[in-house]
Ligand binder design. Structure first.
Ligand SMILES: Cc1cc2nc3c(=O)[nH]c(=O)nc-3n(C[C@H](O)[C@H](O)[C@H](O)COP(=O)(O)OP(=O)(O)OC[C@H]3O[C@@H](n4cnc5c(N)ncnc54)[C@H](O)[C@@H]3O)c2cc1C
Length: 440
């Protein structure tokens, strides 16, 4: 069947398998020449696509155990963060690390080693994982942790499914007192102020900036910076009547069809960015966890907004030393073209994770969406050059078109990753359209 990632680009005809248990996963590994695991398909590009066999694990979604004294949970890899939050938030637990959508699976979160708005303090999802059960290329199932198969444990975190199929994982949840977030919002006038505001917010548990990527001249890099903390019992508003977990479920709306792509042009995008910038309410507010962590989830299938040809995301991380200069170059190029996205997100990242292909390192990460057009692809190649010149890297979970050169330069521990794969999957049976494109 025709399958794609969240960006709807590229679309590839894949043989799809939907195993219900471990045995069906190992049967699939035995029967297919090559394969790749797929979770909820929320990576943007071609990482979870394989023509010969794309193994969708969302039916493996049982929660096996939970320790209420430590918050340690064991669940199958197809369990989504949404399912975990539904079960555990009313009991006072939340994922330590969550990406900007809760509709990802635990397997996908580990394989991409996802980061959230707290990377500067809490690292990636993998930092909170205790062990993983992995189905290997020879059909065997092994446990990996810091003590058992530690090389495989590291390589699987951020390994984009290329080490095997994650069957289940044991990891820690974070204790929280309520389901609300205390949010502080500030507006900045230019890039220096935006970077300073993020730097100032580095003590806050969560921080993120939205950047008006079409603002030019002195306003280049202006934005809205959000800081957040989990609200305590003392922060509860009176209308809660002391109930810590009472957020009414927020109704999600669905974008019905792909609108015509001409609706998105430099004028409509520029107007949307300007309105968003001016409308942002500054100051302190108590908001639901959905509003703070998952604003886009309120509009289900919003990816259709970009039209039938789909879209791609360009997410890079840039080292602290030259990030101001690099970001200025990137934003100047994007603003000059006027094809930038409505969504430009800037975050401060902390220490690099243990996975050799894990994405974040100390510096700033910038994420932008672009319609999948030839004109935008040539702009993206120019952006890649800036990223490479400043020693940055692209995020594989968002990538659909990057080149092998940028991968090699951006991920200096690639050889370490390849050595581990040589040991466990010498014939490279786990592969994706992305790994083939990048020569991984
Ligand atoms: C709106 C939105 C916001 C996002 N925000 C962020 C963010 O803030 N931070 C961030 O880091 N990412 C973010 N992402 C990206 C997303 O978190 C990752 O792409 C995540 O991996 C998607 O999980 P999934 O279950 O959909 O995996 P898929 O997209 O199905 O697969 C992603 C990768 O994981 C592998 N994989 C999936 N399941 C398994 C398994 N069981 N065993 C082995 N490999 C497996 C696949 O082979 C593939 O390489 C965002 C995505 C969206 C759509």
């Amino acid at each position: 069947m025709m399958l794609s990632g969240w960006g709807n680009y590229p679309r590839v005809d894949c043989a799809v398998l939907r195993p219900r248990d471990t045995e069906q996963v190992t049967d699939a590994i035995g029967a297919r020449p090559t394969l790749i695991a797929r979770g909820a398909g929320r990576s943007y590009g071609d990482a979870a696509l394989n023509r010969a066999a794309t193994v969708v694990v969302t039916r493996l979604n049982r929660i096996a155990s939970f320790d209420p004294s430590s918050g340690v949970v064991t669940c199958e890899a197809g369990t989504t963060l949404d399912e975990l939050i539904e079960v555990f938030l009313p009991r006072g637990w939340f994922p330590w690390v969550t990406p900007g959508t809760r509709f990802v699976t635990v397997g996908g979160a580990i394989a991409s080693d996802v980061h959230g708005k707290n990377h500067h303090l809490d690292g990636t999802f993998g930092r909170h994982v205790i062990s993983i059960d992995l189905a290997l290329a020879d059909g065997s199932v092994v446990r990996c942790s810091d003590n058992e198969n530690p090389d495989l444990f590291a390589a699987t975190q951020g390994g984009m499914g290329l080490t095997g199929v994650i069957l289940r994982a044991t990891f820690r949840l974070r204790p929280v007192e309520t389901d609300l977030v205390v949010q502080h919002t500030t507006r900045t006038q230019d890039l220096s102020q935006t970077l300073q505001a993020l730097e100032d917010a580095s003590e806050a548990t969560y921080s993120v900036a939205w950047v008006d990527c079409l603002a030019r001249g002195p306003a280049l890099g202006r934005g809205v910076v959000y800081r957040g903390e989990h609200a305590t019992l003392g922060d509860l508003p009176p209308d809660r009547g002391g109930r810590p977990y009472g957020t009414a479920s927020i109704r999600s709306r669905t974008v019905p069809v792909s609108p015509p792509s001409f609706a998105l042009n430099r004028y409509s995008m520029g107007a949307l960015n300007a309105v968003y910038y001016r409308r942002a309410k500054t100051g302190r507010a108590l908001v639901s966890y959905q509003t703070f962590f998952y604003p886009l989830d309120a509009l289900l299938r919003w990816n259709r907004i970009y039209g039938r040809q789909g879209f791609v995301q360009h997410q890079c991380v840039l080292p602290l030393a030259s990030c101001a200069e690099a970001l200025r170059e990137l934003l100047t190029m994007i603003a000059a073209r006027g094809t930038g996205s409505f969504l430009a997100v800037l975050k401060l990242c902390g220490e690099e994770a243990r996975g050799p292909l894990s994405f974040p390192f100390r510096g700033y990460t910038l994420a932008l969406d672009f319609q999948a057009t030839a004109g935008n692809f040539s702009l993206l190649t120019e952006l890649d050059d800036v990223v490479a010149a400043h020693g940055g890297r692209l995020y594989l979970a968002k990538d659909a078109r990057g080149g092998a050169g940028l991968l090699r330069d951006g991920y200096p521990r690639l050889d370490e990753f390849s050595r581990t794969r040589d040991r466990y999957d010498p014939r490279r049976r786990f592969r994706s359209v992305q790994s083939e494109r990048l020569g991984l």
